[in-house]
Design a protein around this ligand. Structure first.
Ligand SMILES: *[C@@H]1O[C@H](CO)[C@@H](O)[C@H](O)[C@H]1NC(C)=O
Ligand SMILES: *[C@@H]1O[C@H](CO)[C@@H](O)[C@H](O)[C@H]1NC(C)=O
Ligand SMILES: *[C@@H]1O[C@H](CO)[C@@H](O)[C@H](O)[C@H]1NC(C)=O
Ligand SMILES: *[C@@H]1O[C@H](CO)[C@@H](O)[C@H](O)[C@H]1NC(C)=O
Ligand SMILES: *[C@@H]1O[C@H](CO)[C@@H](O)[C@H](O)[C@H]1NC(C)=O
Ligand SMILES: *[C@@H]1O[C@H](CO)[C@@H](O)[C@H](O)[C@H]1NC(C)=O
Length: 797
């Protein structure tokens, strides 16, 4: 829609009530006004007025006026009014009323007063209806009726909730809600046309009380949440969140976006655009309902989120991917139809499993089980490292589908055999989640009055019904589902964090497990690591932190819960933690084969292991950088922090307990001191330049060069007796000076490998590693680009 048409609002009757002395002169018209504005806040930060939402459709709204209009509140988002003859007026009874084309009431404040009233827009964005002669007497305020945005100092309470908008271009109520639940926990709910489910806090974290699971408390019934001016968000259930640019800033807002994520946006002085300085959900594809039924969500940094229909399915509405895909075949339940199964790797559909659990199933048993069930649309078959068994999950609905790199389970989609006529190529193009095309909104002039009270009763009944559904769902979810989740979690790849219970340990438990901290297996700047055996016989690595001893308990818990949520097969799994008095400890899975540093000199890594380690490390880091909060950086990648499990699968360790990075203001960030290890540190540290995820890319490149050459960057390379050269420079020189026709990698290969390596893989790995260690950070590839390039050669022989 053309924004310029908003000036056609000249014809719209607006009632101007700005500090009116004599209310009997109402309604006033502002037909001569050249803007659709009613009031500005004293300093001009906010404006209230009519805002266009479609062709000839307007909402009464409040927006940030400068430097770019951003709507923060709407009175009638679900019922826009006509551009002509619609009015906002203050009735003599004290009711502020929005009427469509002068005919019927669309919205009102439901206030009642015989004293003169005044409408005032504050500089914090709050529109207040108050008594003219007593300014502290507030009859109504917009802060009590938020839509999708919370402004600093605006309380979200037990009586209010945020509701997302339908899409980027459509401001009417969408499917996502942020609210305080009956058990006092602050949650995000997807409430779609067919199903609803809570997706934050992570539903597979079983318990909600501090110290177990997600660190929330059910015991504080005050139920309020607020974003402060500095950028800290806190809720009464102990959830707290600090933006990466914590500090004084011009403008901030917290918005439940149409894609179901809550983001904090900030805008500094003179900045035109908002920047995202925090978000609640780290993985965009784990938001329920985001791609609709029968489709798969995938996230790539370059293009964002993308939805794709499953084979045999096609889009219901190719403009609106939240509606999902419908089968191209007639689902039947006779025993004449023959079926085939199509497999999808690294894909999961969350929830909607048939029955309880089917463990120790062979693939054949699982397939037969699915075939025997009418409602089975496919199944997930996965291996759970925790108990060494294969699990079978027949799916009754294919919802919340997402691609999850590193996830070890597979989905087998059930399709009729005769449905091989392939129109899926055309359908599977995939929709990139760009701005949805706006649809024309029909706003015919409605004549006559509708029966207000009947309409109200109807809505009231629907409201009550909806509420019951939510309650029943919650009860079902938390009483019934909680025990099942224990089993189902591992389909998410969250084996360690949840299936075994991410938990808080007592100091005495860990003391006993480590036999009084007797077996030290590692020592670093942050703490000392001990081997221990937990009471359930699992072998664990227990890290006693020195650095965080003076950190407050809740801050520590917040950080631990962030790390606890990071789960990827190439990141070390954390089982729990201990915080007691001065003690701060982390409990990790124990890695049989120790660290890469320990394995490199001992000649235990053949070529395929080394290549596999390089790919796995890159996957783990790509996940840290891009799939979770994009600003989680490791900052200390080195062979000591790459651990190897019994199959020599690499797991990146020691991440997380670095405070989130302040991207906008690196000088004022938490990185007050240089992090990292000499030899692996990117030049940005030395030159005090902006720190980005590219510092990890650099360190990664050095580690890979070390794996290829067998030479440590710490030692330097003795070129002549007196001159040590850096590893990267040495490799570059070797490449430059390689004799014509010879394979240059032969010049640098670790002599202990002999000729026992794959030349093609060696070349690509060396090439990528050299790009990673470019001095100029912008020239270095991102971790996901590294993964892409390496995995295309994974199966070279
Ligand atoms: C103004 O209103 C406030 C809140 O309703 C009330 O507490 C106060 O007594 C009133 N002041 C006067 C002077 O009426
Ligand atoms: C509930 O939480 C709020 C905010 O964190 C806090 O001020 C209040 O004291 C808490 N109340 C109880 C009973 O713990
Ligand atoms: C703000 O965003 C717009 C649209 O994305 C872009 O064209 C413009 O360059 C941005 N302005 C600044 C100062 O970054
Ligand atoms: C199909 O199902 C019917 C009723 O359940 C059964 O009588 C019949 O034998 C089945 N046919 C086959 C081929 O399994
Ligand atoms: C799994 O099934 C096999 C064959 O039925 C059986 O021998 C084995 O004991 C089972 N394992 C477990 C852990 O139940
Ligand atoms: C916005 O979405 C609602 C609900 O899906 C729909 O009824 C309405 O027509 C949409 N409005 C526009 C302008 O597309």
């Amino acid at each position: 829609m053309d924004m310029a048409t908003s000036t056609s609002l000249l014809a719209m009757m607006l009632v101007f009530m700005w500090e009116l002395d004599n209310l009997s002169s109402l309604p006033l018209s502002v037909e001569k006004a050249d803007e659709d504005v009613i009031v500005s806040s004293p300093k001009g930060a906010f404006t209230a007025g009519f805002s266009p939402v479609g062709e000839n459709a307007y909402c009464f709204a409040i927006w940030f006026s400068q430097p770019q209009k951003t709507v923060v509140w709407m009175a009638n988002r679900d019922q826009p009014v006509n551009g002509k003859r619609s009015t906002l007026s203050l009735l003599k009874t004290g009711n502020l009323v929005l009427s469509d084309a002068g005919q019927f009431q669309v919205w009102s404040t439901n206030t009642l007063s015989s004293d003169p009233l005044q409408l005032h827009l504050f500089d914090n964005g709050n529109l207040v209806l108050r008594l003219q002669n007593n300014k502290s007497s507030v009859l109504w305020q917009s802060f009590d009726f938020p839509t999708d945005t919370l402004l600093p100092a605006q309380l979200l309470t037990r009586f209010t909730k945020l509701v997302s908008s339908r899409s980027e271009g459509n401001h009417s109520s969408g499917f996502y809600k942020l609210f305080f639940d009956n058990d006092n926990v602050f949650r995000l709910l997807y409430e779609g046309p067919q199903v609803s489910s809570v997706y934050w806090p992570d539903p597979w974290l079983v318990s909600n009380n501090v110290g177990s699971g997600n660190g929330r408390s059910t015991y504080n019934s005050s139920r309020f949440a607020v974003l402060d001016e500095l950028g800290k968000f806190g809720a009464s259930d102990h959830f707290s969140y600090k933006t990466i640019d914590y500090g004084l800033l011009l403008q901030r807002r917290l918005t439940l976006d149409h894609d179901g994520n809550v983001r904090v946006y900030s805008r500094g002085n003179g900045e035109e655009n908002w920047s995202i300085t925090g978000q609640f959900k780290s993985q965009p594809c784990f938001i329920h309902g985001i791609c609709g039924p029968n489709s798969i969500c995938a996230y790539e940094q370059a293009i964002g989120r993308k939805c794709t229909c499953l084979e045999g399915y096609s889009w219901i509405d190719s403009q609106d991917w939240t509606l999902g895909c419908k089968p191209n075949f007639q689902p039947t339940c006779d025993n004449k139809t023959e079926y085939r199964f199509v497999s999808y790797k690294e894909v999961d559909f969350y929830g909607y499993d048939y029955g309880s659990s089917f463990s120790n199933y062979t693939y054949k048993q699982c397939e037969d089980l699915c075939l025997s069930l009418c409602e089975c649309m496919g199944f997930q078959y996965s291996f759970a490292a925790v108990n060494g068994l294969f699990w079978c999950y027949p799916k009754t609905q294919l919802l919340n589908g997402h691609h999850s790199p590193g996830f070890t389970g597979q989905i087998f989609l059930r399709l009729p055999k005769n449905n091989v006529q392939e129109n899926h190529i055309q359908n599977n193009g995939g929709l990139v989640c760009s701005r949805n095309a706006e649809k024309l909104l029909q706003r015919p002039y409605v004549k006559g009055k509708e029966n207000g009270s009947v309409k109200f009763m109807l809505w009231f009944a629907i409201g009550l019904g909806g509420f019951e559904v939510v309650c029943i769902f919650m009860v079902w979810f938390f009483l019934f589902r909680s025990s099942n989740r224990l089993v189902s979690v591992d389909q998410q790849g969250y084996v360690l964090a949840a299936a075994t219970g991410f938990r808080r340990y007592t100091y005495s438990e860990l003391k006993q497990a480590t036999k009084g901290f007797s077996e030290e297996i590692g020592r670093g700047a942050g703490g000392t690591v001990y081997k221990g055996v937990l009471s359930d016989n699992r072998v664990a690595a227990i890290k006693k932190l020195h650095e965080f001893a003076d950190q407050g308990e809740s801050e520590f818990l917040t950080e631990v819960s962030i790390i606890g949520r990071l789960n990827h097969m190439n990141l070390i799994g954390m089982w729990g933690f201990c915080v007691e008095g001065k003690h701060r400890m982390l409990v990790y899975e124990y890695m049989e084969n120790g660290s890469l540093a320990h394995n490199l000199p001992s000649n235990s890594l053949d070529w395929s292991k080394r290549y596999n380690i390089a790919v796995g490390m890159a996957r783990g880091l790509a996940y840290l950088h891009e799939e979770c909060l994009e600003w989680i950086l490791h900052c200390d990648i080195k062979p000591q922090n790459i651990l190897l499990d019994s199959d020599y699968q690499p797991k990146v360790a020691d991440f997380g307990l670095s405070k989130p990075l302040n991207r906008n203001n690196p000088n004022n960030s938490s990185f007050s001191r240089i992090r990292g290890t000499r030899g692996y540190m990117a030049p940005e540290w030395v030159f005090n330049m902006q720190i980005t995820s590219k510092v990890d890319v650099y360190s990664y490149g050095i580690v890979v060069l070390e794996m290829i050459t067998g030479r440590s960057p710490m030692m330097g390379i003795q070129v002549t007796e007196s001159h040590n050269e850096r590893l990267a420079t040495w490799v570059r020189e070797k490449r430059r000076n390689a004799p014509q026709g010879a394979r240059w990698v032969e010049q640098i290969v670790d002599p202990t490998l002999g000729s026992d390596y794959n030349v093609k893989q060696m070349e690509i790995l060396a090439k990528v590693a050299l790009e990673c260690v470019e001095e100029e950070k912008d020239v270095r590839p991102s971790m996901s680009q590294v993964v892409e390039r390496l995995q295309s050669h994974e199966h070279d022989s």
